[in-house]
Every structure is written in C-alpha cells, then in structure tokens.
Ligand binder design. Structure first.
Ligand SMILES: Nc1nc2c(ncn2[C@@H]2O[C@H](COP(=O)(O)OP(=O)(O)OP(=O)(O)O)[C@@H](O)[C@H]2O)c(=O)[nH]1
Ligand SMILES: [Mg+2]
Length: 242
C-alpha cells in the first residue's frame, strides 16, 4: 500500500477507465487508486473489478447506488481515504483531461511541504493551458475563474480546477458533512474553505486536454450552481456561517 491515493470518480467511462488505471500504476510515484462509480450503466465498475485481480491491494472500488454528481462522489471518496489512512489524497478525472503524469510533481509539492493543497492549474503566468477547447469554452472558464477571484479574493487562479491534491489534515479539518455544492461549485467550495482555514494552496501549471473518448456530463445547471454558489459562499463567510 502506498500513502498516496488518487480518487477517480466515474460515470460511464468504459472507454477510459482501464487506460487511466494502467497509466497511473505505471508511474514511479506508486499511487493507489480509488474509483468511485455511481452505478454506471455502461459497466465501468465491472471493468474495475476485473482489474482488481491484477492490482490487488492497490486498486479500490467504491460502488454507489445512483448518480449523485461529482461532489457527492468525491466526498464519499475522501471519507474512504481518511478511514484507510492515506496521507496524500488526489482528485482526478477519468477522461485524461488531467495529465496523470503531473501527479508526480504534485505529490512532490505536498511531500516537500510546499503546500497543503496543490492545484493543477490551467491559468498561470498569463497563459491559458488548454488544448482543443473552443473559444466559447475558454471564455466561459476564464471569466468564471476571474469572477470567483473578484468576489472571494481567494489567491488561486484556477478555482474550478478538478485536478487537486490534499494533505489529509486538510480533509480532516474541513467539515465534509457541510459541503453543499455538487458541480464546479464543489471545487470552488473546497478551495475556498481550505484557504479560509489557513491552509497553503499552491498552483502548478498543467495542460488540460478535452476528452477524446466517452461523453461529457457538463450541463447548464452546474454553471448556474457555481455562479450563485460563489455569492452564497462569500455571504456565509461575511456572516460567520462558513
Ligand atoms: N461518480 C460520479 N462521477 C461523475 C459524475 N459526473 C461526472 N463524473 C466523473 O467526473 C469526471 C469529470 O466529468 P466530465 O464529464 O469529464 O466533466 P467535465 O470534465 O466537466 O466535462 P468535459 O470537459 O466535457 O469532459 C469524469 O471522470 C466523470 O466520469 C457523477 O455523477 N458521479
Ligand atoms: Mg472531462
């Protein structure tokens, strides 16, 4: 068993899941993996179960009964990681949008105590690290992150990033039962609460690539949750209810 865990939430990722698992296990960093599957109708969980025979002790699967969104899946994964004594806990998508190779440098940043939270960031040093995005998607994402920074004042450029590593004390300190959002807003809420608790957040540049296989689960309600959610977080913080 390693002391670093990569949590991969999945919903219908049969085209990606085996490749991403093999990629991570080929890294030198020796990461364990927890797949959190929301009962994917395409059989993603069965693929993982088969691979568990090959990667005993290192590949774990949390089967959840129904699709409840990324946030809920991650919270279940975080609780599992804490119960199983992992020191470093990562979030990563199944669709190769987050270059798994970068897990190594992110782990190093946590291990060297350069940060408590490390974010694989698309927006650093004035660049936009996205491959094959259309202009609409770039503008939406960029202005969303600008909006979050203006309202919350958080010193993080890529607040909606889903490629994140936490030291376990961060997840022990944030009240996981009190996380309210499920989509992009979940990512913002986690970073905001970590920052408010005084944890050090460091960004490291990554190149984000759009998925090539499988279907996106992005939709409008996730965007409006984030837009309103940021205001709500700020108001809660101002009134001492965070
Ligand atoms: N367990 C679980 N995983 C989910 C759920 N929704 C999305 N995921 C997973 O979360 C990750 C990110 O979802 P994506 O569909 O790639 O969303 P996205 O990255 O915003 O959209 P694209 O860039 O278009 O791919 C993927 O690994 C999905 O399989 C869910 O409700 N439950
Ligand atoms: Mg994706």
């Amino acid at each position: 068993m390693s002391n670093a865990l990569v949590i991969i939430p999945t919903y219908n990722e049969k085209e990606n899941i085996e490749d991403i698992i093999r990629y991570v296990f080929n890294l030198d960093g020796a990461f364990d993996i927890l797949v959190v599957d929301d009962n994917s109708p395409d059989g993603t969980a069965e693929i993982v179960e088969n691979l568990q025979k090959e990667f005993q002790e290192r590949l774990h699967l949390l089967n959840r009964a129904k699709k409840e969104g990324l946030g809920k899946a991650y919270l279940a994964g975080f609780r599992w990681a804490l119960q199983n004594d992992y020191a470093y806990i990562f979030e990563m998508d199944a669709d190769f949008s987050h270059p798994p190779k970068d897990l190594e440098k992110m782990l190093e940043i946590l291990e060297n105590n350069q940060a408590d939270v490390v974010v694989g960031s698309r927006y650093l040093q004035g660049r936009i690290g996205v491959a094959n995005w259309d202009l609409k998607r770039i503008l939406l994402s960029y202005f969303a992150s600008l909006y979050v920074r203006i309202i919350t004042q958080i010193p993080v450029k890529d607040t909606t990033a889903g490629f994140v590593g936490y030291k376990r004390k961060v997840l022990e300190t944030i009240d996981l039962n009190n996380i309210e959002f499920v989509g992009y807003a979940f990512q913002i809420e986690m970073k905001y609460k970590a920052w408010k608790k005084g944890f050090v957040i460091k960004e490291t540049p990554i190149i984000f690539t759009d998925r090539e296989k499988g279907k996106s689960k992005m939709h409008g309600s996730i965007i409006s949750e984030a837009a309103w959610g940021v205001l709500k977080l700020k108001i809660k913080s101002l009134t001492g209810k965070l």
